[in-house]
Design a protein around this ligand. Structure first.
Ligand SMILES: [Zn+2]
Length: 191
């Protein structure tokens, strides 16, 4: 049975805690549908373990749209040292190990304006430790932008919405992007 990698579960929990009013509807999700299965995608369960190494976070975090940019940027910086993050795609840009997680243009058909795609490495299969970025923990990170400092010291509750059902990617998606994120169709939420 398909399951989200531990790093993905942990990151979702931290983002839920930090942004309790955020949207979790489509394009939020992690499990690829049959159309994903026909091509390589981190949203497809690995054949042996069933683990899925990708998550799409809805970019509507509940307040300012700037927060999605801050979140994507802090995850990008963290990826230089936290080897559980493979690559990030958001708003026409991708960051991966290739240029030490500098943003570079993303030319996939789906520009990822409505969601932040995170791919995880094999290390994330079993490592569910905290992601240490200011927006999610209140801890500083080298290179974080000034605008993020207002988030420092924010007290996070770890209770809130962890019991919500996991989303999967919409079967109506017609997205053909590299990460194969579902981004335009309906989303079914298994109960
Ligand atoms: Zn995706």
């Amino acid at each position: 049975m398909a399951k989200l990698c531990k790093a993905g579960i942990q990151l979702r929990e931290q983002i839920d805690d930090a942004f309790p009013d955020r949207s979790r509807v489509s394009p939020e999700g992690w499990l690829g549908d049959k159309r994903h299965a026909a091509r390589p995608s981190d949203h497809n369960p690995l054949p042996d373990s069933g683990i899925v190494r990708a998550y799409d976070f809805n970019a509507d975090l509940g307040s300012s749209r700037h927060e999605a940019f801050d979140l994507a940027d802090q995850l990008r910086l963290l990826a230089r040292s936290d080897k559980r993050i493979s690559y990030i795609i958001f708003n026409y840009k991708i960051a991966s190990y290739k240029r030490n997680y500098k943003w570079r243009p993303y030319k996939g058909l789906n520009p990822h304006k409505g969601h932040i795609h995170i791919s995880f490495t094999a290390k994330g299969d079993t490592d569910g430790s905290m992601f240490q970025i200011p927006l999610l923990t209140g801890e500083p990170i080298n290179g974080a932008s000034k605008s993020n400092r207002r988030k420092l010291g924010k007290i996070l509750s770890r209770s809130s919405v962890s019991n919500l059902p996991s989303g999967w990617l919409g079967s109506g998606s017609n997205c053909k992007c590299r990460c194969s994120c579902g981004n335009s169709g309906g989303t079914s939420l298994p109960q």
